[in-house]
Write a protein that binds this ligand. Structure first.
Ligand SMILES: [Mn+2]
Length: 271
């Protein structure tokens, strides 16, 4: 046994089927370039959307399966709306379909509880809630029952998901254009039009880290969100991280925005 070392927690944003980009970032963080093995002090939270868009979704699933099998204490895998297409009734049209083996692997994760909806990470002495797309104020209040801490919110989210709650998986403007059926859930909230605006008129109970979408459009180098949000959001172009500072906490977006081709540079969020 070696002495325990200080732990580095890194949140990895949307991978979008880019195994090479994911592997390169893990190697930068200290993974063995030959075997991929994570260094002992590194803990990764990947916040979903491992698959679709890029050329090698199946390879991404296989890589993550290796971590969940061989270094399970060092890899936390969250579910994104793209994984969900294979785990519940599909809710949107997508031109790709993964190979059966990758689908089987993700269904095994889901069945065994290795694929979660929410996790927490501590940064700067504060516990942050991590979900794929973020928890809106309406969802926090009406579905979660206004939990005061990120840990409580994560527990409620994961137990609702385990019960198959439709609320957790509800889409918003990206699919339906309205919230008539109830508040958008943490796999679908759009950062610029749903997530961040929902917290402008009340204090955040805790900070959040999310992927899925951003208030800053990296490709066009301009904000998608309106002025009150621009004024309180800082962007790190070399890492593709954005931080919106509001009353009560921060909302941190870490989706690098990979498309059919990967973007460069981008980084995991080190807390
Ligand atoms: Mn997504």
């Amino acid at each position: 046994m070696t002495a325990p070392t200080a732990v580095r927690r890194v949140v990895i944003g949307d991978v979008g089927g880019h195994a090479t980009a994911l592997f390169a970032e893990l190697v930068r963080l200290g993974a063995d370039p030959g075997t991929g093995r994570l260094p002992a002090d590194l803990q990764v939270v990947q916040l979903g959307d491992l698959v679709h868009r890029g050329p090698d979704s199946e390879q991404v699933v296989a890589l993550v399966d290796g971590y969940l099998t061989h270094q399970p204490d060092q890899w936390t895998q969250l579910v994104g709306n793209h994984e969900m297409q294979y785990l519940r009734q599909p809710v949107f049209e997508w031109p790709e379909r993964l190979h059966a083996h990758a689908i089987e692997t993700m269904r095994r994760w889901w069945g065994s509880g290795q694929l979660a909806v929410a996790a927490t990470v501590e940064s700067a002495g504060e516990v942050h809630l991590v979900t794929h797309a973020g928890v809106t104020a309406e969802f926090w209040e009406t579905v979660l029952g206004s939990p005061r801490t990120a840990d409580d919110a994560a527990d409620v989210l994961n137990s609702l998901a385990a019960q198959g709650s439709d609320d957790v998986f509800r889409a918003g403007v990206m699919l339906r254009g309205s919230a008539d059926e109830g508040p958008v859930g943490p796999l679908w909230a759009s950062a610029a039009t749903e997530l961040v605006p929902s917290w402008l008129d009340r204090p955040l109970p805790f900070s959040q880290v999310h992927g899925h979408s951003t208030v800053f459009d990296w490709a066009r180098d301009r904000f998608r969100a309106a002025e009150p949000i621009r004024a309180v959001t800082s962007v790190d172009r070399s890492a593709r991280h954005e931080t919106t500072t509001l009353a009560g906490g921060r909302i941190i977006g870490v989706d690098p925005g990979h498309g059919r081709a990967p973007v460069h540079p981008w980084r995991g969020w080190p807390g």
